[in-house]
Write a protein that binds this ligand. Structure first.
Ligand code: ARG
Length: 300
């Protein structure tokens, strides 16, 4: 097990402990542009992550209503939501975060790990082509979009271990010209980076994460780069609390992750609980349903 194999130089005790954080005087929401895909054809007929149990029925009207709540909440907060047309043969397409990564208006397409989702990559690339994006890179290596890439102002954080290939990290660094920090995921329940880590404010490199999802070395990296990060407890991680979306002020959090609400408030954020229980049956929640379209000139 990685824990036993940790060299002494990487043990937690050797790393400075996180500093106490004081909430900044004021948080500010910045308008975002998101790409979402309605769960019109959502179902769980195969299992490619431990949350997916094809014997458990999905309540499709409820899934649709929960997804609409999320979409409407973004719009009510002043964000733009673009829509991708769902395809009947692609039941996981509702998890739009996986279809590409967009930074500075440049689109790094996805290449899915499992055959069941292959065709989603093309659906996303077609959408970008049809919507005026000109710099679209079709990747050589497996990457599942924002499932495994998270953007801060300093870095592109990149998960590996279950889905995205480590080779996709170099490819992303070359394409975006941003330093990539590779992070090893070790717990199959947290198979994508966005199930274990959430960017709260990219300008200040503020994140929250669940350490148990990462290898000892990656935990040390996170502690060094983000000493003030909000550290999530296991119960909140298991309730998909890290699969949240922040606009710099409001943090849309899966409602079961109630342990995150007070720590977020203490840092000046406003948690907005969302119920996406039906989509959890596919192994996804708020962030998985939301791809951020970051325009030229910064994040966002
Ligand atoms: N059923 C999907 C899969 O296993 C869920 C994807 C969740 N998306 C995410 N961004 N983590 O691929």
């Amino acid at each position: 097990m990685p824990r036993e194999a940790t060299p002494s130089s990487l043990r937690e005790a050797a790393v400075p402990s996180p500093r106490e954080t004081t909430a900044p005087a004021s948080r500010e929401a910045t308008p975002r542009r998101y790409l979402m895909c309605a769960p019109a054809h959502f179902k769980v007929t195969y299992s490619i992550n431990p949350w997916m149990d094809p014997t458990k029925p999905v309540d499709l009207p409820l899934a649709q209503a929960q997804w609409e709540d999320l979409r409407d909440r973004y719009r009510a907060l002043g964000h733009t939501v673009e829509l991708l047309t769902p395809r009947p043969e692609l039941p996981d397409m509702v998890f739009a975060a996986n279809g590409a990564t967009v930074v500075d208006g440049r689109v790094l397409g996805a290449r899915f790990a499992y055959q069941e989702r292959y065709a989603e990559a093309e659906a996303h690339r077609d959408w970008f082509r049809d919507h005026g994006f000109t710099e679209i890179h079709e990747p050589d290596h497996v990457n599942e979009g924002e499932g495994d890439f998270a953007v801060t102002s300093s870095y592109l954080l990149a998960g590996r271990g279950f889905r995205s290939s480590p080779l996709s990290h170099d490819e992303a660094q070359e394409f975006f010209g941003r330093p990539v920090i590779g992070l090893d995921l070790v717990d199959p329940r947290y198979y994508h980076l966005d199930t274990a880590l959430c960017v709260l404010d990219e300008r200040g490199d503020e994140i929250m994460y669940y350490p148990g999802a990462f290898s000892p070395g990656s935990r040390s990296v996170l502690r060094r780069l983000f000493p003030d990060a909000l550290i999530a407890e296991e119960a909140d991680a298991a309730a998909f609390g890290l699969n949240s979306v922040s606009d710099g002020l409001h943090v849309l959090v899966p409602q079961g992750a109630a342990g995150l609400f007070d720590p977020l408030r203490a840092r000046g954020f406003e948690p907005v609980p969302m119920d996406l229980s039906e989509l959890l049956k596919g192994g996804g929640s708020v962030k998985c349903c939301t791809q951020e379209l970051r325009s030229q000139g910064g994040t966002p």
